[in-house]
Write a protein that binds this ligand. Structure first.
Ligand code: GN1
Ligand code: MG
Length: 364
């Protein structure tokens, strides 16, 4: 474990890294909080980038540099009255903003936002609203960037056609003999597959714009300060061209679920309309002006879509033999998929209320 400190010393932090702690609950990268000499009292986050998932680390790094510089410049113009910070990448000794170790692992380092924390489960409507403001602001601050200037770090990331094709391929091959145990979930997916092409069709026909989007707006990617104000957006690997509906939807999937992402007691998994409304208020307050009528019209549906596609990906990974997401016990991906699909059902049952909340907010 001395290796972590050794790796940290490969970045230009100008002081001695003295300790570390594993942090975060991400399913892809590994993150470490790095302490330095107490006299310096600087704090950093060191991450090992999963280069099997993010295969072009230099291009990914370039995206992050472009977006963080753009956001920082906007913050420095001081036009926003919301306290908001940007992450910034720390250069490596050879000024690359990432470091490749002898074993072929890629590492990078960010500043740590002092005193901040994140929430896997949203504690209440005030924080949901704060979270909505933060992702709305992220969208607003990047809305004048040219999306085509960014590299697609994972191709077809939220492309439902590609995701369904991968799922159907695995169902056909059944490499681990797990189909029998997942028949109900497979049926649930197929019954909804057609409707889930809605956003892709809107995008392809030019009815919604391609923008710079975050694409992984899990609620725990928002950092809060000790007064519970949302101050920073993290996990920038998937910042690339996308649709705003993906960002709104994924935040609701995680930020307005009354249960955990992998809850085993499905009776606990439901859309919480109070949290949904609170997040929507915050999001529309900061991003509202940048949204088009077609985007607004599909906000409520986007939550169902993102919950569906993430459930589909968990199910696909379970059937494939758990090759993508980190799992913490056998059949973890199946449990995650079941919880997500239960949330889809709950959103279907509450679709009219969700639509009503959005249209009331946008009338004001
Ligand atoms: C992964 O690693 P993490 O938790 O930030 C995944 C997201 C999923 C999420 C599900 C690159 O994100 O797309 O929504 O798990 N990221 C990647 O919890 O696949
Ligand atoms: Mg992520």
């Amino acid at each position: 474990m001395k290796d972590i400190l050794h790796t940290a010393s490969k970045f230009r932090i100008g002081c001695m890294p003295t300790g570390f702690e594993r942090i975060g609950s991400g399913h892809i990268n590994d993150s470490y909080y790095i302490k330095t000499d107490p006299d310096e009292a600087m704090e950093y986050v060191l991450q090992r980038i999963n280069h099997h998932v993010f295969t072009d680390v230099p291009a990914l790094t370039d995206n992050i540099l472009k977006v963080t510089k753009h956001i920082s410049a906007k913050i420095n113009e001081g036009k926003n009255d919301i306290p908001f910070e940007s992450l910034h990448l720390i250069p490596s000794a050879d000024d690359l903003f990432y470091y490749k170790d002898d074993e072929g692992n890629y590492w990078r380092m960010y500043n740590h936002i002092r005193g901040s924390r994140s929430y896997d489960l949203v504690p209440g409507p005030e924080l949901a609203c704060e979270g909505g403001k933060a992702f709305g602001l992220f969208l607003k601050l990047t809305s004048d960037m040219d999306a085509s200037g960014l590299f697609e770090t994972i191709r077809d990331f939220h492309n439902i056609g590609t995701r369904l094709a991968a799922f159907r391929r695995v169902c056909k091959e059944d490499p681990k003999g797990r189909i029998q145990g997942a028949n109900e979930e497979i049926r649930f997916v197929e019954e909804r597959a057609e409707e889930m092409h809605t956003i892709l069709k809107l995008g392809r026909s030019g009815q919604i714009p391609l923008r710079v989007t975050h694409n992984d707006t899990k609620f725990n990617n928002i950092l809060f300060d000790p007064d519970n104000r949302a101050v920073c957006i993290v996990d920038l690997d998937t910042v690339m061209p996308g649709y705003v509906l993906y960002d709104f939807g994924d935040a609701i999937r995680t930020g307005a679920n009354s249960g955990a992402e992998d809850e085993s007691d499905l009776s606990k998994v439901n859309i919480d309309l109070e949290l949904f409304k609170a997040y929507s208020i915050g999001f529309i307050e900061t991003a509202g002006d940048s949204l088009t009528p077609n985007e607004i019209k599909h906000l409520a549906f986007s939550a169902r879509f993102m919950t569906f596609i993430i459930g589909l990906r968990f199910l696909t990974d379970h059937l494939a033999g758990d090759t993508y997401y980190k799992i913490h016990f056998p059949c973890h991906n199946l449990q995650r998929a079941r919880a997500q699909l239960k949330l889809v059902r709950s959103m279907e049952e509450n679709a009219a209320s969700m639509e009503g909340i959005i249209s009331d907010l946008c009338k004001k």
